[in-house]
Design a protein around this ligand. Structure first.
Ligand SMILES: Nc1nc2c(ncn2[C@@H]2O[C@H](COP(=O)(O)OP(=O)(O)O)[C@@H](O)[C@H]2O)c(=O)[nH]1
Ligand SMILES: [Mg+2]
Length: 242
């Protein structure tokens, strides 16, 4: 990519000591224009300290320290605001655990030229998930069918977290009123952008379960998603998502 557009990859982190340095380097290697922001919730394993050192040595690496673990949604909202203030053009959500392959970033950068939100999708053609237990795969797959039916959001993978936003798409939605976390956070942000009449595009990715570190997925995140899709539907009917 040779344009002067500024892409920023945001990694929310909580205890990603084994992954963080390698994933940052892999991402920066995709294109010379790319910068990285790590939003760390004071990880007890010292992820934030590792990134402090990397950031001191490389201007393309940034860190936002937050006091305590408040969930993925809160971390992303803080990261989005940071990115908007600094005028990044293309703002990515990406997991730090290698579930989202850095090699897809060029595909996102190409697709975002003609969209406002590009979503990396595990379910465009069949199921592209590696190493998840069947129970988790079924949960994810049917959660997506359920979400599509209830909210109308026209995407196959509404709960995935590998995304690229045009800055204007994030500027168009009220970030401060998004209180959700986890899966429902992913659904709510995409739904709000779609309701604005903006252009959504899904591109295929293969999702690989983490090999190092532990998942922070919890039953609470699943329960929140199940009842809150109805809440989003209600808000949508009342015209409150615009
Ligand atoms: N800052 C922050 N990052 C989080 C939090 N929960 C999860 N993450 C990060 O979000 C990404 C996805 O979380 P992960 O546990 O892998 O979820 P899973 O892939 O659904 O099992 C990883 O980079 C985590 O470190 C949180 O509360 N705060
Ligand atoms: Mg993960």
């Amino acid at each position: 990519m040779t344009s002067s557009k500024k892409p920023l990859i945001i990694f929310p982190t909580y205890n990603e000591m084994e992954n963080i340095e390698r994933i940052i380097n892999a991402v920066l290697g995709q294109d010379a224009s790319i910068e990285v922001l790590v939003v760390d919730d004071n990880s007890p394993d010292g992820t934030g300290l590792i990134v402090d050192k990397l950031a001191a040595a490389n201007k393309r690496i940034h860190i936002l320290h937050r006091e305590k673990k408040e969930g993925l949604g809160r971390a992303y909202i803080a990261g989005f605001k940071w990115a908007i203030e600094r005028n990044y053009d293309f703002i990515f959500e990406m997991d730090a655990d290698f579930s989202h392959g850095p090699e897809y970033i060029p595909d996102f950068l190409k697709a975002i030229e003609e969209s406002d939100l590009v979503i990396g999708s595990r379910y465009i053609s069949g199921v592209n998930v590696i190493n998840w237990p069947m129970s988790r795969l079924l949960l994810s797959y049917f959660a997506n069918v359920y979400t599509r039916i209830i909210t109308g959001l026209p995407v196959r993978d509404a709960t995935g977290g590998f995304k690229c936003f045009r800055r204007q798409a994030l500027e168009a939605i009220p970030l401060d009123s998004i209180k959700s976390n986890g899966y429902i956070f992913q659904i709510e942000v995409s739904l709000r952008i779609w309701k604005k009449g903006m252009r959504l595009k899904e591109i295929p990715i293969v999702f690989v379960d983490r090999r190092l570190g532990a998942s922070k997925m919890s039953k609470k995140i699943v329960r929140e998603a199940i009842w809150k899709v109805w809440y989003l539907r209600l808000m949508s009917i009342l015209g409150r998502l615009k």
